[in-house]
Write a protein that binds this ligand. Structure first.
Ligand code: NIG
Ligand code: FE
Length: 406
């Protein structure tokens, strides 16, 4: 016997194989080898040559199994919180007013800089474990609350440490161009120079999987964003963008020009932006938590994105300012209720399309050859993942073929 297999049997599989449909397999089974899916199909069709190689068998009791969930847009590493700004907004102040008055991202930057490494790690770890209990097996974590070389490196290192110490895959994104730090007041072009200059050092330390920016009138202009993207391109790093969240800056078209993995938020996305994203194969990452928490009324152009064939992902955007939630399942529900995605689109949005938004082709579907990351649910049909909210039907989570504690 040259290799051994583990059998996970007696399941209803929602494989999400192919480009549409749930890919349901009744009385399904999964064979894993090492960290990989070796075979997926109906148990009655299990190839005979594999059965003698099975050394462990798990009975899943007829439960629903989906690919592990992927949260492809989070800002998990930060100090403090902004509950007081939430109160100010409830009394009529806008997110923009607060940001312009020096609150917003800047207040979290001050709290992040003041926090110890141990505190940042402990707080982000606690948050990540909440996401994990709902079936998240891969998470993207952005920097962007450090805004100096030292503090951006620290935030990214904390994200990497989480991936080493917890049974979850972490992808890091350098978001130095998130806001202007106070020491660069009135010198935003100089700050963009610094963001670009820090990038090779962060990359050399293995801290950066992708580069992001906040292209907005309270963030960085398209010309400044372009410079950040050019620096990323010089290092061969993929880019993503916080684009057209509060206004149409033409950020999506700019990102598409650089072959961006994703454009995120997109409430103010134009027809031209959609066409550019369709041409470049850029994923639209929808963030219903931020839309909800800011009480936004401008919907992202879902029907036009769908018509153009732009893949849509859904993520938590967890951050202390605009989306302090820690439930990807709630985001699935909100993607349907607020954005009118179908349940299948929303679930694809946190699996297949979320993987694509991170440039990962080895996960997101239950297909032989992919990573053996999957969830076992206490529901009968995958459309229930979009239906129930405020409850967690996740029963078991398997990462790289290893069951992890919930
Ligand atoms: O994705 N849009 C910019 N960044 C965050 C919000 C950051 C904050 O307010 O702290 C977002 O919504
Ligand atoms: Fe964000």
């Amino acid at each position: 016997m040259t290799y051994s297999l583990t059998l996970w049997r007696n399941a209803r599989l929602a494989t999400l194989a192919g480009s549409a449909g749930w890919g349901l397999i009744e009385h399904g089974a999964i064979l894993t080898q090492g960290e990989t899916l070796h075979w997926v199909g109906a148990e009655s069709e299990l190839p005979a040559q594999f059965t003698q190689k099975i050394n462990v068998t798990h009975d899943l009791g007829g439960a629903l199994v989906t690919p592990g969930l992927i949260d492809c847009h989070t800002h998990l590493v930060y100090g403090g919180h902004r509950a007081h700004e939430f109160e100010m907004r409830l009394q009529g102040a806008s997110y923009l007013d607060i940001a312009r008055a020096g609150g917003g991202i800047r207040s979290t930057v001050a709290a992040t800089r003041a926090a110890s490494d141990a505190q940042l790690l402990a707080d982000a770890g606690k948050r990540l474990q909440v996401l994990m209990r709902e079936g998240v097996t891969t998470v993207e974590i952005k920097s962007g609350y450090g805004l100096s070389l030292e503090h951006e490196a620290r935030s990214l290192a904390v994200a990497r440490a989480l991936g080493r110490t917890l049974p979850v895959a972490v992808r890091t994104t350098y978001l130095g161009a998130h806001a202007l730090p106070p020491e660069f007041e009135g010198r935003s072009d100089d700050y963009v120079d610094a963001v670009c200059a820090w990038m090779p050092a962060l990359h050399a330390q293995g801290l950066v999987d992708a580069v992001d920016a906040f292209c907005e009138n309270i963030g960085f202009s398209p010309a400044q964003t372009r410079r950040v993207f050019e620096a990323a391109a010089r290092l061969g790093l993929p880019v993503k963008l916080h684009a057209e969240q509060l206004s149409d800056q033409g950020g999506a078209a700019l990102a598409a020009e650089f072959g961006a993995l994703s454009c995120d938020h997109l409430e103010h996305l134009s027809e031209a932006g959609i066409a550019a994203m369709a041409r470049s194969g850029t994923v639209a990452v929808l963030l219903p938590g931020a839309y909800y928490f800011l009480r936004d009324t401008k919907l992202p152009p879902i029907a036009a994105l769908r018509a153009a064939g732009v893949p849509m992902a859904v993520a938590s955007d967890h951050n202390p300012g605009t989306s302090p939630g820690l439930s990807l399942l709630l985001m699935i529900n909100m993607a349907c209720t607020l954005f009118r995605l179908t349940p299948e689109e929303a679930v694809r949005g946190v699996t297949v399309h979320a993987a694509k938004a991170l440039g990962l082709s080895d996960r997101g579907q239950l297909v032989a050859g992919q990573r053996a990351d999957f969830c076992v649910w206490d529901v009968a049909h995958p459309n229930e993942l979009a239906y129930w909210f405020g409850t967690n039907p996740c029963k078991r989570v398997i990462v790289g073929a290893q069951e992890r504690d919930l």
